[in-house]
Design a protein around this ligand. Structure first.
Ligand SMILES: [Zn+2]
Length: 110
């Protein structure tokens, strides 16, 4: 079973990867538009894909930051809704989760 420090390392590493990826996306979006009309619409579609990728990355960054904060507060690994302990198998898959399996299932069904 991973220690809280290992969880923290895992989260911090993931945060670094996401930030690096988002920085990459921004560089890509800042590229000047092609002068060629035909290339432009294709480029614009590509930019939309990159932007939506960026948004889901931002959501994950926010969740990871919140998880790191819960580690600092000693509340990590507890469901924010029902206070149940979140099982390790779930934290292995989703180290930034703030909901136990029951609450996450209920939230997804709502
Ligand atoms: Zn719960």
């Amino acid at each position: 079973m991973p220690t809280i420090n290992e969880r923290k390392q895992q989260l911090t590493k993931r945060l670094g990867e996401l930030e690096a990826r988002l920085n990459g996306i921004e560089t890509e979006l800042d590229q000047p538009m092609s002068q060629d009309w035909e290339d432009r619409s294709a480029e614009r579609e590509g930019d939309e894909v990159l932007e939506s990728m960026g948004n889901s990355g931002l959501d994950e960054i926010a969740m990871i930051n919140a998880a790191l904060e819960r580690i600092e507060n000693g509340a990590y690994g507890q469901c924010v809704q029902c206070d149940e302990t979140i099982v390790d198998a779930r934290l292995d898959l989703l180290p930034h989760t703030h909901l136990c399996r029951n609450c996450a299932t209920a939230a997804a069904a709502a």
